[in-house]
Design a protein. Sequence first.
Length: 192
Amino acid sequence: MEVYEAIEKRRTIRIFKKGASEEQLRKIIVAGTKAPSAGKGQPWEFIIVDDPKIVDQLAEHKYQQNRKLSPRYLGEEVKAEEVERLALNQKKSFQNATIVAVCSQKGEGPSVWLCIENMSLAAVAEGLGSGIVTYWGKQKETVQEILGIPQDYELTAILRVGEPGEEGFPPMDRNSLRPRRPEFSWLHRNRF
């Protein structure tokens, strides 16, 4: 698969039929480690989470976090019922997926985000889908404790990977919560 094709096909998937195979998962993680990193520091570590109790805890903490999302984040027109629906969808998105916690040495997140994008594109090349989940505040601290992440590391994101059970939103879908900005509306030259 060509890189531009993988970029076009990549979607955030929240419904999975089944997780990635061990072979697919290893290929995806290795693809992640091919990402550039500052000073070739390679600050990433990966935790494969396949204990159902831990997966349930991660899903529950994401649900609790997203129930508290503000209208500023989702848009003023989003009602409380919609916030609850979206939070439940996030919780359900852990079902049937392979879960990979991607960690970084503290302060090295930018390099790790390049790794995560490589992993997302590699999932597409494997015929799979992926979805990225982040935590913040108290929920992030709790999830880091659950996963036993050392003090000098932090959770960057959770990557859910597996066979898609949905198509996901196309990049320019006007029915999505926030449609993509028109091409080049974000481009400036020499100054902002």
